[in-house]
Design a binder for this molecule. Structure first.
Ligand code: MG
Length: 235
């Protein structure tokens, strides 16, 4: 059994999820701007546009401009999502409100087993780090959900200059804590970005497959975060 020194986690879909389906929040707010779109359709649009969007990473952009380019990245995405539904006259105001809404902790929830799992890992002296393809709003969200104190660090793609599955973002997290790839496990809900990406960077990549519908692959698979403790022999 590998003697792990660090367990890395993805954020969205792994530790946190939106409190409501994304399309519901998009649709509710859009209605106030006179735009009526079915929430389910917006969720599907969100998923396909998000998957097709460029990586949320800005190599070469100075630190002082990152927040500005993050916001523009999201604005471009949201505009694309609404493209099939006709003209949206007050789009700028809508986007400002939407972007602000998702920066609030209330817009997000922790999965039920997160607190106990992170607590157990930390108590065993393991480094717990979040590696997320996310923007600067994540820090405030994690603070608001009370999770910041349970993690050693948070590495986000928008600041790292690389988004998962790029190996560089995994290497940055390892470097930060002087940990070797073979001493670290990364857990996340995306087969490509998390499980395969981590394996390609030399870490143990684990797929969190909450619904149990993932195809079988060479990497490890767990149904809940609690199972991680069993995998590393911590209980
Ligand atoms: Mg995820």
């Amino acid at each position: 059994m590998i003697n792990y020194k660090a367990i890395f986690f993805d954020a969205a879909g792994t530790l946190i999820s939106t409190s409501r389906p994304v399309g519901e929040s998009y649709a509710l707010l859009a209605r106030r701007y006179g735009i009526g779109v079915d929430p389910g359709e917006l969720t599907r649009r969100f998923r396909s546009c998000f998957a097709a969007a460029p990586p949320l990473a800005f190599p070469g952009v100075p630190a002082g401009r990152i927040k500005q380019v993050e916001r523009q990245w999201w604005k471009d995405l949201v505009r694309t999502i609404f493209e099939p539904f006709g003209s949206f006259t007050r789009f700028d105001d809508y986007f400002a409100e939407l972007f602000e809404y998702f920066s609030r902790a209330e817009a997000w929830s922790l999965y039920p087993e997160v607190q106990d799992t992170l607590f157990s890992l930390r108590r065993r002296g393991l480094n717990v780090t979040i590696i997320s393809n996310f923007d600067s709003r994540l820090f405030g969200i994690l603070d608001g959900l009370g999770i910041s104190t349970w993690v050693d660090s948070v590495v986000i793609s928008s600041q790292a200059g690389y988004a998962k599955p790029a190996r560089e973002i995994f290497l940055q997290a390892l470097d930060l804590h002087q940990i070797k790839a073979e001493e670290a496990m990364h857990v996340g809900d995306s087969p490509e970005n998390d499980a395969s990406g981590a394996c390609a960077a030399g870490l143990t990549g684990v797929l969190l497959d909450r619904n149990g519908n993932g195809a079988s692959h060479s990497y490890l698979r767990v149904r809940t975060l609690t199972e991680i403790l069993g995998v590393i022999g911590a209980r």
